[in-house]
Design a protein around this ligand. Structure first.
Ligand code: NI
Length: 390
């Protein structure tokens, strides 16, 4: 591996920073302490700092040479509303909040790269370091974009990275096309006519109708969608009834929908409404659907993914890059930046350590061993995409 020596020398310092972020998790749009530390450190490296986009967002600007080209590197800063089960010294000091997705590590790796790039300036152009709030469910990336991120910081491409537990340390994965799915949610109310559980003929049984609807919704993925496309329609909540002998007036269903293509995604809400209305009509009930589109799919562009893979390969060797990873049905709000600019989102192996926990698991921890690797990836990518004049 050819990790940057300068970054390796900072491994201990960066590990301290990462563990400090881990011990002080902050939720979406509340990253006051984290963003203040990020801004302070960027300024100490001599990087120009802009604060306040999407409330707690931080963008650093670093120029070198004479070039006018510009790229953006992005990390996320927020933690999750969950209780950490780890008892090591750097475990969360705040009950009910935890860096369970490794954004503490993402922030640290980008800081490590910014420090190196500001010291060495071995590139020609402008690098924007984007530290975004609220990746977890609140769409901080979308807010930054809406508040003028790329008008203010006109990058030609944007790059993202996420650690991936279970993938060996020293491996990267990226491919053009979808890496993560779109993320939608729905609420569906089935209204019948309640009555005595012993005299169902006097009402319209909302429980029976709702169970028919739950089954019928599975035909959207299996019968209305091209079999080569991926789609998940999951009913994850059923609420109805309080007594053994009362048929309730209504049942509330809720769930999530995931897909990789806009065309597939666009078809789901209309199909859901058609099925719910049709099944309900057959039984004399009615349906009310509320469907919310949250994150689009995270889709990598071809050229920028070739650049990302080349940078990772320069670090760890081409044989340690997975060029064809199976996309995840999870979602990622970096998708909103990729809707505006070409770019690439890569996974970096977090190894099997920390109990081998998957993201969002109470026993998860970011692997400090990969900090120099991730920081060197960012630095190498910047130096390769914006080569210094020789
Ligand atoms: Ni995450």
């Amino acid at each position: 591996m050819t990790i940057k020596d300068e970054i390796n020398r900072d491994h201990e310092l960066l590990t301290e920073w990462r563990r400090d972020f881990h011990a002080h998790p902050e939720l979406a749009f509340e990253e006051e302490r984290t963003s203040a530390l990020v801004a302070e450190r960027l300024e100490s490296f001599g990087i120009e700092v802009d604060r306040g986009l999407a409330k707690t967002g931080v963008v650093g600007t670093l120029k070198a040479g004479t070039g006018n080209r510009a790229i953006a590197l992005r990390a996320d800063m927020d933690a999750l509303p969950m209780q950490e089960s780890n008892d090591f010294a750097h475990a969360s000091k705040t009950a009910g909040k935890m860096h369970g997705c490794g954004h503490d590590g993402h922030t640290t790796m980008l800081l490590g790269a910014a420090k190196y790039l500001a010291e060495t300036k071995n590139f020609d152009g402008t690098i924007y370091f984007i530290f975004q709030p609220a990746e977890e469910g609140k769409g901080g990336a979308e807010v930054m974009v809406k508040e003028g991120l790329f008008e203010k910081f006109p990058a030609e491409a944007v790059y993202g990275m996420h650690n991936w537990p279970g993938m060996p340390v020293g491996e990267f994965a990226a491919s053009p096309g979808p890496m993560m799915a779109s993320f939608d949610i729905f609420d569906l109310v089935i209204r019948g006519k309640g009555g005595h559980g012993a005299m169902p003929h006097q009402g319209v049984d909302s429980i029976l109708v709702a169970s028919q609807v739950v089954g019928a919704l599975q035909s959207i993925a299996s019968r209305n969608t091209d079999p080569v496309d991926a789609l998940v329609v999951s009913v994850t909540q059923i609420h109805g009834g309080d007594a053994y002998n009362v048929i309730p007036d209504e049942v509330r269903l809720a769930g999530t929908v995931r897909s990789f293509r806009d065309e597939v995604r666009a078809g789901v809400a209309p199909a859901m409404k058609r099925i719910a209305d049709g099944v309900c009509a057959a039984y004399g009930a009615t349906a009310e659907l509320q469907y919310q589109k949250l994150y689009p799919a995270t889709v990598n562009s071809v050229e920028e993914t070739e650049q990302a893979v080349a940078a990772a390969a320069a670090l760890v060797g081409a044989d340690r890059i997975n060029h064809n990873p199976v996309p995840s049905m999870g979602a990622e709000d970096f998708a909103f930046m990729l809707r505006e600019k070409p770019g690439s989102y890569v996974w970096v192996g977090n190894g099997a350590g920390a109990g081998g926990c998957m993201l969002h698991n109470p026993g998860y921890d970011f692997n400090d061993e990969i900090i120099p690797l991730g920081a060197s990836y960012w630095a190498t990518l910047a130096e390769q995409v914006l080569p210094a004049e020789r």
